[in-house]
Write a protein that binds this ligand. Structure first.
Ligand SMILES: [Zn+2]
Ligand SMILES: [Zn+2]
Length: 274
C-alpha cells in the first residue's frame, strides 16, 4: 500500500452487458483497496486491469465472478496480459468452480501454470465469507491494516445461478448485484449500502419477463430507494438495447427522478468513495 490516506476509488472498465460495442466493453469494475484491486466480474473490460495495476503500483487482484455467462468471464482469456509477479485470486460460488477450472485451461485459454501471473481459484459459500488479505493463506504483512475483509454472497434471480456480493471494506459497504430481477436477496445485499452497483439491462419503462429477469433504470432506482442505499451506479447496459451513450443518459435521468444519487457508468469512469 503506497498511500494509506488515499480515498477508496472505483474504476469502471467495462459497462456493457452481453457483448462489446463502440459504447463499451463487457462488464468489469475494480475497487482499489489497500494493496490490491477487488475486481467485479471479468468481461472483456478486464483488458484494462494490467494497465490499472501498473498505474496504481499494485500487484494483487481479487476477482469476484457473479456467474459464468460469457459477458462476465470472457476477460479471463486475458490473464496472460497481467504483469509478471501479479497474484490473482479468482473467487466464485463453489458451484461455479468446476466449470471455471475447465474454462481457465486448455483448450479455452492458456492455463495459469503457463502464465507469468500466479492465478488461483477460490470457492465462496452462500452467506458471509472471510477473505484473507494475504495470498495463499500466508500471514499478512505487518503493514496490512486488516487480516481479512468480508463478503456476503447471495443468489440472485437470473436465468442461471448468479450471485450478488456485498463487500465490507474499511467501514464502507459496497453491494454489487448484476444480472437479476428484484428479489429478497437483492434487497438484503443493498440494504443501507454506501454504494450499490447494479445492472441496467432494460430500457426506461420496460418490464422484465419471468424467464429473463433484469432491471430497468426505474426498477433499479426503486430498489436502491427501498434498500436505503446511499448511492447508485448503473452498469451492464444491454448492448442490444443501449446502442448509444445518449440512451444511458436517458436511463440516468429516468432513475434520478426516483433516486437522485444515481449515475450511469461508462467505460473509463472513476469515482471516489465519500
Ligand atoms: Zn450479463
Ligand atoms: Zn447473465
Amino acid at each position: 500500500m503506497k498511500n494509506p490516506k488515499r480515498k477508496m476509488r472505483i474504476f469502471f472498465l467495462g459497462t456493457n452487458g452481453w457483448f462489446a460495442t463502440r459504447t463499451g466493453s463487457t462488464v468489469c469494475a475494480a475497487i482499489a483497496f489497500q494493496d490490491r484491486l477487488i475486481v467485479l466480474d471479468a468481461g472483456d473490460g478486464f483488458q484494462h486491469i494490467p494497465a490499472l495495476l501498473l498505474r496504481l503500483r499494485l500487484k494483487r487482484a481479487d476477482v469476484f465472478l457473479s456467474h459464468l455467462h460469457i459477458d462476465h468471464v470472457a476477460g479471463l482469456h486475458l490473464l496472460p496480459l497481467l504483469p509478471r509477479g501479479t497474484r490473482v485470486r479468482i473467487f466464485a460460488h463453489k458451484s461455479c468452480i468446476p466449470a471455471l477450472k475447465q474454462f481457465v485451461a486448455h483448450p479455452y485459454t492458456a492455463p495459469p501454470s503457463e502464465q507469468w501471473a500466479k492465478v488461483t481459484l477460490h470457492p465462496l459459500s452462500t452467506g458471509k465469507n472471510k477473505v484473507p488479505i494475504a495470498a495463499s493463506g500466508k500471514p499478512s504483512r505487518p503493514s496490512a491494516r486488516h487480516q481479512a475483509y468480508s463478503v456476503l454472497a447471495l443468489p440472485l434471480h437470473h436465468a442461471d445461478p448468479c450471485f450478488g456480493y456485498r463487500f465490507s471494506l474499511e467501514g464502507k459497504e459496497i453491494a454489487y448485484c448484476t444480472d437479476t430481477g428484484p428479489c429478497r436477496n437483492y434487497t438484503r445485499l443493498a440494504a443501507g449500502a454506501d454504494l450499490l452497483i447494479t445492472e441496467c439491462s432494460l430500457l426506461p419503462g420496460a418490464l422484465p419477463t419471468p424467464s429473463w429477469p433484469h432491471l430497468s433504470p426505474q426498477t433499479a432506482a426503486n430498489e436502491a430507494k427501498k434498500a436505503g442505499a446511499a448511492r447508485l451506479i448503473l452498469t451492464h447496459f444491454d448492448a442490444n438495447k443501449y446502442s448509444s451513450l445518449a440512451l444511458r443518459y436517458r436511463a440516468q435521468k429516468a432513475a434520478r427522478k426516483i433516486f437522485p444519487r444515481t449515475s450511469a457508468a461508462r467505460d473509463g469512469m472513476e469515482i471516489e468513495m465519500q
